[in-house]
Design a protein around this ligand. Structure first.
Ligand code: ATP
Length: 202
């Protein structure tokens, strides 16, 4: 199956949110309704939905349940995605407590930190472990994904260590642009950037 672009993933995720929350009382939805709310071209919406293998009915539009499930399948919501969080501060703790992660198959197994006051405690029902336990754990259970929520000054050093331990995917919540080997994928979640984009309109 060819990989779909990040833009399509982004739009499909938004359609899914519409189906799950905004239109949940409806039985069907048209590409025009979706397009209008998201300020998109309706032909683009139909093209995206066709990728999920759902056909619209001429008059009735798309059946909500079927479309929702098709998007979930296309984006692999049901596949379990095990992750570790490195940095059990305010942000790491907020993320482990984010209940919606489960709906997307994201399963935080443990958090890591270097603060002895936090090690051995729990956050969101998950153990906070010493960072130097990462290597052993990765070797044992082969987790390749981490969410990085350490302060900026620790980001590169922790990344280097995580990569050495075998981490391959980093969801980076720090503002640091990380240097990693080509085989490692970093997705930067710059939370201030979204606000600045919005602020630009004000
Ligand atoms: P808190 O005040 O509870 O530490 P915070 O979110 O303000 O929360 P930050 O300074 O942003 O704290 O750090 C986030 C977390 O990253 C903290 O729990 C901190 O102990 C941890 N941390 C900092 N440096 C490292 C490191 N080198 N390795 C692992 N964890 C680290």
């Amino acid at each position: 199956m060819p990989a779909i672009s990040n833009k399509i993933i982004n739009r499909l995720t938004l359609y899914h949110c519409l189906l799950k929350y905004t239109f949940k009382e409806q039985r069907s939805i048209s590409s025009f309704e979706i397009a209008e709310l998201l300020d998109l071209d309706d032909s683009l919406v139909r093209k995206d939905i066709a990728l999920c293998g759902v056909l619209g009915r001429k008059k009735g539009g798309y059946p909500i349940n079927e479309l929702q499930q098709a998007i979930e399948q296309k984006l692999g919501f049901a596949e379990r995605k095990e992750v570790f969080i490195i940095g059990a501060g305010n942000l790491g703790t907020a993320l482990v407590n984010y209940a919606d992660f489960k709906d997307y198959g994201i399963d935080v197994l443990a958090l890591f930190d270097n603060d002895s006051a936090k090690i051995g405690q729990e956050a969101g029902g998950k153990k906070i472990l010493a960072l130097d336990k990462l290597q052993n754990l990765i070797a044992k259970i082969s987790i390749k994904n981490i969410i990085l929520t350490v302060p900026p000054q620790a980001a590169q050093e922790v990344t280097d260590y995580a990569v050495k331990c075998g981490v391959q995917f980093i969801w980076n919540f720090t503002p640091v642009i990380l240097k990693t080997p080509k085989a490692v994928t970093v997705y930067n979640e710059n939370i201030v950037s979204s606000f600045l984009q919005m602020h630009n309109f004000i």
